[in-house]
Design a protein around this ligand. Structure first.
Ligand code: ZN
Length: 498
């Protein structure tokens, strides 16, 4: 059952158990859809890999963080107390992460622009949050910076060395993947084995690595390396994978409920997070791994070299935030999403249907409160939550929302004000779970359309009240010629596009 139907607040642990069983999540770790049960009833510890702040956020980021935003919103709607941590990577992410080699992405940008690396990471952190705010993405409860957690990272490295899972060579600390694999622990998440991996790793073996697939937890800083911190092994900086383990342990404990991230980070980043966390603590690191699919542009991978790189700001100049959200939520978070002018335009037209239904109901219903226990509202919301309970199936949830808008229009046309008010309440409830404000204009080419149609209908109502049917008919016919159909009902007039 969904908590929207449960009256007990704060929820008892019994009630939490009931809520937990309704939600099923596809767990990348087991490759199965499983009932969601957090470690502690009613409390969800959730970590999502955050952005590496060396460039403007792009629409791939937007797709991913909107997906996790809706997951957090839905968990909270169900009544869970969610502690949502999303890190900021401002050090350690290398240009060639798969080969554990290359330059630090933030530092490279800083060199190119002759700036302090922290200037780069700070500027792009702000830009990231501005973009996410514009998309109505709820801010994480905690956004820890990797550079602010060097002591935690160092002590995690020490713990791994003490337990024999890591070794130091010439100021570098490596995780011993071979030993971890021989204990039968490697590849839990990605399904890869070490031999397979060895073939993939380029043989650019750093000095002293025991095996090519061992990965760096801590790296020695060369003389010209700007970002550096003192450590028991000399001046250096952390690897990328270790930061997520250190920060999630600090704020969420040694075992967390949900870890999210992009499918492309399943290997090596998440596999390595599991290895170093479980080796250090001896406990399972994550109960449910959630991975979201990629975003393509017109069927092609987005990349700067192909010239099809779209920043969030560029997308927001073209489309209203609600329309972009509706477009992203139109595909399931696990599947690939394909961004194209036609696809977003379709989302935009759909969005207009929703806002038109709400505009019609505002005129006809005014501020009549909808009853959430009305059968029409309960039916509509339960269809929506059934979809969301099924591994956050947002395409199904969006379909339920559109059906609710259709029923709302029918109720308005049929003069059933009480039903209409209940359906309007349900529609707004669904919108808030999906993070839609319903305040964005629809398609950008007719942002003012709604306002003008409303004005025309107001004048037509006045004409009708004064029995000036010539004027009233002229307004209706003019709107019809412009592609707006006006329908009269006992309770008033509604409009829609032809
Ligand atoms: Zn991470």
């Amino acid at each position: 059952m969904a908590s929207g139907l449960c009256a007990c607040r704060p929820y008892s642990s019994e009630c939490y158990t009931e809520i937990a069983m309704s939600l099923h999540i596809t767990n990348s770790l087991t490759r199965r859809k499983e009932p969601f049960e957090p470690l502690e009833p009613g409390f969800v510890r959730m970590y999502v890999c955050g952005p590496t702040v060396y460039d403007s956020p792009h629409i791939g980021h937007a797709r991913s963080y909107v997906a996790f935003d809706v997951i957090v919103r839905y968990l909270r709607y169900l009544g869970y107390n969610v502690r949502y941590v999303q890190n900021i990577t401002d050090v350690g992410h290398l240009t060639d992460e798969a080969a554990d080699a290359g330059e630090d992405k933030v530092e490279r940008k800083a060199r190119a622009e002759r700036l302090e690396p922290m200037q780069i990471s700070q500027a792009y952190t702000w830009e990231y949050f501005d973009a996410m705010d514009a998309l109505n993405v709820t801010r994480p409860d905690i956004s820890p910076h990797a550079s602010g957690h060097i002591p935690e990272i160092i002590s995690l490295c020490q713990r791994l060395i003490e337990r024999g899972w890591a070794y130091e060579v010439d100021g570098n600390v490596y995780f011993d993947v071979a030993r971890w694999a021989s204990a039968g622990n490697y590849g839990k998440l990605s399904g890869r084995n070490v031999e397979e991996q060895e073939e993939n790793v380029r043989q650019t073996v750093l000095e002293g690595k025991r095996h090519p697939h061992d990965f760096a937890l801590w790296k020695r800083a060369t003389d010209d390396h700007i970002m550096r911190w003192p450590s028991p092994w000399g001046d250096g900086y952390p690897g990328w994978h270790i930061e997520c383990s250190a920060m999630s342990m600090k704020y969420l404990g040694e075992t967390i409920d949900i870890h999210g991230g992009g499918m492309e980070n399943m290997f090596p980043h998440h596999e390595d997070e599991i290895a170093q966390s479980e080796a250090a603590t001896g406990h399972p690191f994550v109960r449910y791994w959630i991975h979201n699919g990629s975003l393509k542009i017109d069927g092609v991978k987005m990349s700067k070299s192909l010239g099809n790189f779209i920043t969030v700001n560029a997308a927001l100049e073209r489309w209203p935030p609600d329309v972009l959200r509706l477009f992203f939520l139109g595909s399931h978070y696990r599947s690939a999403s394909d961004y194209s002018e036609e696809a977003v335009l379709a989302a935009s037209k759909g969005y207009e249907r929703l806002t038109t239904a709400l505009a019609n109901s505002a005129r006809i219903l005014g501020d009549i409160e909808g009853r959430e226990d009305h059968p029409a509202a309960k039916e509509a919301v339960s269809r929506f939550t059934a979809a969301m309970d099924d591994d956050f199936n947002t395409p199904g949830a969006v379909a339920a929302m559109f059906d609710t808008a259709t029923l709302l229009n029918k109720a308005l046309a049929g003069g059933e004000k009480e039903t209409a008010a209940a359906l309007r309440w349900a529609l707004r409830q669904m919108g808030s779970i999906l993070g839609l404000t319903f305040t964005s204009p629809g398609a950008t080419d007719d942002a003012a359309l709604g306002v003008l149609v409303e004005l025309a209908l107001e004048m037509r109502n006045k004409a009708r009240a004064e029995k000036d049917f010539a004027t009233s008919d002229r307004i209706r016919d003019t709107l019809k010629d412009a592609g707006i159909i006006v329908e009269d009902s006992p309770t008033g007039s509604t409009w829609r596009r032809a």
